[in-house]
Every structure is written in structure tokens, then in C-alpha cells.
Design a protein around this ligand. Structure first.
Ligand code: AMP
Length: 412
């Protein structure tokens, strides 16, 4: 069922507490090296500003221990306030806590159209208490609830625009909306777009529907392969996980990365998938993983002294042909070790094939994580239908897992 969005709430004069995902990468000096997550939240923030609301933003950043503030100081979210201010072209206020009297004062003094970012919610252990643990421990449950209640009491409206965290039951994601009582709790425009692309367009796809799955481990993607086999017409496999499938077929994989304990699982998936599940016909191998190293394209068994680091040219050609005939394409996980040249070739060939498919009207959805990073590095983000901001979240969503943090929000 569709969720109510911020567009249907009258925010004039109201305090809008918005959970965003400002978990941005930073260098050693704390400089933000990629602000895409901040930029993606801007349409919702600007909507509230334009309509006379007061914006209170909250997010996690990194993994502070939640015990010692001084040790955790590098996880302050203040740099995100500065960057957002620059992007919005107006100052963004910041308060060095996320609950307590200082925060209440800062929120109370907000004027319509102003924006305040509160400190990293992970400075409090309560943020990450799992409901499963809290169920058997009343003290933990109370700790999480009272933390969430303090946040909920700051606002008239709750907005979830943090797709990357939607698969978690963190206090700011689930317990805060639970504590909002009858007040509106809705999705922002980013989460709406994510739900539409990862949900609607993949659940009722225009056919043929092709999924491309790569990355390191088959174990991470067993659930998603099973779920997609029920929905799509073809699954193209790449990345290191192909070698576990090769083992399952009784082929030799040389020194390639394999998950020996997942061979039986891979056999089962091969049987389940039949002709729907396509494996590479050739791989680019090398003796070691090093930029510019001598490579050899191998079909069939991989020699003992070589590892496969990318899909080969015949595979690229075959996969491109299948992609060219598809009307819906979902991609998650790189085809090879795209961080090291020349093993980026397969991944970028697939990225360009998706761009071409988008140009002729196909719906193209890229799951977060490394395939999103690859498409961004190639400057192609705007040339596909949707690049998800959620790595783990996009995989879990495609698997069909329920997201409590979304379910708890108001229905449209
Ligand atoms: P994942 O997080 O599962 O999407 O995996 C992404 C990682 O898989 C990237 O860092 C890639 O370098 C790595 N990867 C892809 N193909 C291979 C391969 N053939 N051998 C080793 N690592 C690979």
C-alpha cells in the first residue's frame, strides 16, 4: 500500500522532524568526500522550507561507540550542517546534542523556513537497541522508548527520508514514529522514489525483466536470487560469486575467490534457476590483483595459478545483447574488481549498456553499494532511471523483506 508523503501534510508553522541519511564518506580530516546523500535529501527539505515549516534534521554518521563522547568526537555530524548550508544557499543551524534541554531550546527558537541539524543520533546507545533484544529486557525497552519519546516530542510531523537505514529498527527510524501518537508520520520524496522504483517497478515489471547480480559473495545474495527468480525472466551473474557457481558445476576456479561452504546452495540455485540463470562464458584472469598486471581471458576451467577478476569480452557481448532486449533491468553488485584497472572493464560495459537501455525507454534500477559507486564514478548516475541510496536496504527490499520503519508510517 502506498505511503502518505510530505506533500500531503500542511507544514506551515509546524516543526517537522526529518530522519535523513547523512552517513557520508569523509577523509581523515573529516572533509566530506561525497555529498550525494545530502543532495538526495534536499527536495524534501526544500519543500518544507518553501511551505513555511521548521525543519529539524536527524541522522547517524559512522559507528560511534555511544559511550565516550570525547573518543567519538570525530563522528560529529556538524560538517553535514555546513555542507547542507552551502547547497541550500542559507545557513543551517547545528546543536551539539540530539536530545535534552539544549536541543529543546534550539528547536523552540526556530523560525518558519529555518533548518536545524541535531547531533549524530548514534552518540546514544539507545538508538541502536534492537527490538528483539529489548523484548526480553524491560530496562532496554524503556531506554529506547524514552530516547525516542524525547525526539518525537520535539515535533508536530515526522518524516522518514533515510532509505539507506529503512531496513533497521533503530530508535530514530521506528520507535520515534511509534511515539508520535496521532501526529502525521510520512515518507519524504527520496523514500517515495526508492519505494516506487525498487517496489512497484520491480514487482510489476515491464517485460522482459533482467536482473544483473555481481559482487563478492553468493551468500549475501542467495535471498535476492531466489526472490528475483520468481519475478524476472533472466538473471545475469558476475563478480566473484560466479566462481562458487562454477564450483557447483564441477569446474575448476584456480585461485579465484570462492565460498566452498556455499557450493551446495549454489547447486540448488542453479537447479531452481535453470535456463533463467546465466553464468559468464569467459573470465579475465591474472596471477595477482594489481593495476596493469598481465591478463588472460579464460573459457572453461581456470588454471591453478590464476584468479578470475572480471567477466570476459564474450560474456560482455552476450550480456549486452540480453540487456538490449530488456524493458526492466535491476543491477546489484559489480561484475569484477572494478577498483583495479583493467578489471573495471566488465562493470563499466554493463553500466553503459544500462545507460543505452534507459535512453530507449527501459526502466533501469541500480541497487546501492558498489554498483552505485561504479555508476557514479563513471558520471552516469543521471543517465539511468534510479540509483538507490541504500546498499543493504535495497537488497533486503528486493528480497521482499518487510520494513517495519516504513510499515509504521501513515497510509496514503
Ligand atoms: P559486494 O559488496 O558483495 O557488492 O561486493 C563488491 C566487491 O566485490 C567489490 O569490492 C569488488 O572488488 C569485489 N569483486 C567483484 N568481483 C570480484 C572478483 N572476481 N574477485 C574478487 N573480488 C571481486
Amino acid at each position: 500500500m502506498a505511503k502518505k508523503t510530505i506533500a500531503s501534510v500542511d507544514v506551515k508553522g509546524k516543526t517537522v522532524l526529518m530522519r535523513v541519511d547523512f552517513n557520508v564518506p569523509q577523509d581523515d580530516s573529516g572533509n566530506i568526500t561525497d555529498d550525494r546523500r545530502i543532495r538526495m535529501a534536499m527536495p524534501t527539505i526544500q519543500h518544507v522550507i518553501k511551505n513555511g515549516g521548521k525543519v529539524v534534521l536527524m541522522s547517524h554518521l559512522g559507528r560511534p561507540e555511544g559511550k565516550d563522547r570525547a573518543a567519538d568526537a570525530k563522528y560529529t555530524i556538524k560538517p553535514c550542517a555546513d555542507r547542507l548550508g552551502k547547497l541550500l544557499g542559507k545557513p543551517v543551524k547545528f546543536v551539539g546534542d540530539c536530545v535534552g534541554p539544549e536541543v529543546q531550546k534550539a528547536v523552540a527558537s526556530l523560525q518558519a523556513g529555518e533548518v536545524l541539524l541535531i547531533e549524530n543520533v548514534r552518540f546514544y546507545e539507545a538508538e541502536q537497541i534492537k527490538d528483539k533484544k529489548a523484548k526480553d529486557d524491560p530496562a532496554l525497552a524503556e531506554k529506547k522508548k524514552s530516547f525516542a519519546k524525547q525526539l518525537a516530542d520535539l515535533a508536530d510531523v515526522y518524516v522518514n527520508d533515510a532509505f539507506g537505514t529503512c531496513h533497521r529498527d533503530n530508535a530514530s527510524m521506528l520507535t520515534v514514529p511509534q511515539q508520535m501518537g496521532g501526529k502525521p508520520k510520512v515518507v519524504g520524496f527520496l523514500v517515495k522514489k526508492e519505494l516506487e522504483y525498487l517496489g512497484d517497478s520491480l514487482n510489476s515489471p515491464k517485460r522482459p525483466f533482467v536482473a544483473i547480480l555481481g559482487g563478492k559473495k553468493v551468500s549475501d545474495k542467495i535471498g535476492v536470487i531466489e526472490a528475483l527468480l520468481k519475478k524476472c525472466d533472466t538473471i545475469l551473474i558476475g563478480g566473484a560469486m560466479q566462481y562458487t557457481f562454477m564450483l557447483a558445476q564441477g569446474r575448476k576456479t584456480g585461485k579465484s575467490l570462492v565460498e566452498a561452504d556455499k557450493v551446495e546452495e549454489a547447486k540448488r540455485l542453479l537447479q531452481l534457476g535453470g535456463s533463467k540463470l546465466k553464468l559468464p562464458v569467459d573470465v579475465v584472469c591474472a596471477a595477482e590483483l594489481k593495476a596493469g598486471v598481465a591478463t588472460k581471458v579464460v573459457e572453461g576451467d581456470i588454471p591453478d595459478d590464476l584468479s578470475g577478476f572480471d567477466i570476459g569480452p564474450k560474456t560482455v557481448a552476450e550480456y549486452k545483447k540480453i540487456i538490449a532486449g530488456a524493458k526492466t533491468i535491476a543491477w546489484n553488485g559489480p561484475m569484477g574488481v572494478f577498483e583495479t584497472k583493467p578489471f573495471d572493464t566488465g562493470t563499466y560495459a554493463i553500466a553503459h549498456a544500462l545507460v543505452d537501455a534507459t535512453a530507449r525507454g527501459a526502466v533501469t534500477v541500480i541497487g546501492g553499494g558498489d554498483s552505485a559507486a561504479a555508476i557514479e564514478q563513471a558520471g552516469l548516475t543521471d543517465k539511468v532511471s534510479h540509483v538507490s541510496t541504500g546498499g543493504g536496504a535495497s537488497l533486503e527490499f528486493m528480497e521482499g523483506k518487510a520494513f517495519k520503519a516504513v510499515d509504521v508510517l501513515d497510509e496514503a
